[in-house]
Design a protein around this ligand. Sequence first.
Ligand code: B12
Length: 211
Amino acid sequence: MAGIQEVYDLVVKGKAKKVGAAVTEALEAGCDPTEILNKGMIAAMDEVGAKFKNGEIFVPEMLVAAKAMKNGVELLKPHLASGVAGAAGKVIIGTVAGDLHDIGKNLVAMMLESSGFEVIDLGVDVPKEKFVEAYEANPDTKLICCSALLTTTMNAMKETVELLNASSFRGNIKVMVGGAPISQAFADEIGADAYTEDAASCAQKAKELAA
Ligand code: B12
């Protein structure tokens, strides 16, 4: 659909100011919000990642694309989110130490909220001890979610999950992991309870785990 293509192009080019209007137009034209997200924005970030890998663009261009996507997601949010926040329980989420990527983590947080969870977002570059402290401050938490986007920060994820696994409260929580380099095999290896590929399936799985 033309509207979605426009969103895609603007995210790839990092046109943060224009992307909002394009999302609104696509919505008004009747495009499905989930398609705008998946085919317009997430697919665009894949192209941005590929261009970075090929040396066609550099970090500043990745940053402006990320900003453009964030602006677009803000506008999509009311159309994607629906549930009553808090009813399903508390979730702690963060991107692990050394990792500054937060777009995927924010989408996961948004989908969890729209599935009725209250989300405590620790942000990016979160030291492993912070996850433990956040649980201690919120002992009614049901789920802890860790995100990592770099192969080099997979080890920080491993250390975080190991620390949680060694904690006295491990029996009270479930641990979920995700992010582009993470796989089911890796999740099993580090002793997480669950892995899913994207934000929508994370929210679904979270509901099962917290039930
Ligand atoms: C935008 C971006 C950046 C931005 C991030 C801005 C921000 N606020 O997030 C900036 C410019 C800061 C950046 C920096 C770097 N980046 Co970068 N970045 C990207 C890019 C283009 C997009 C990431 C993204 O947002 N994708 C879209 C979101 C929606 O997808 P996602 O994060 O994967 O999330 C989905 C799933 O993974 C899942 N998910 C995510 N978290 C969780 C958690 C749980 C619990 C679950 C269940 C699921 C889940 O659900 C999400 C939604 O469906 C990727 C390329 C790519 N295709 O991923 C490279 C990429 C990740 N970056 C890369 C690199 C190398 C870097 C730098 C090292 C570059 C440098 N030389 O400085 C730095 C590292 C900085 C740091 N310390 O973290 C590489 C990583 C390579 C590797 N194998 O490790 C990639 C793959 C690019 C590439 N092809 O080379 N980057």
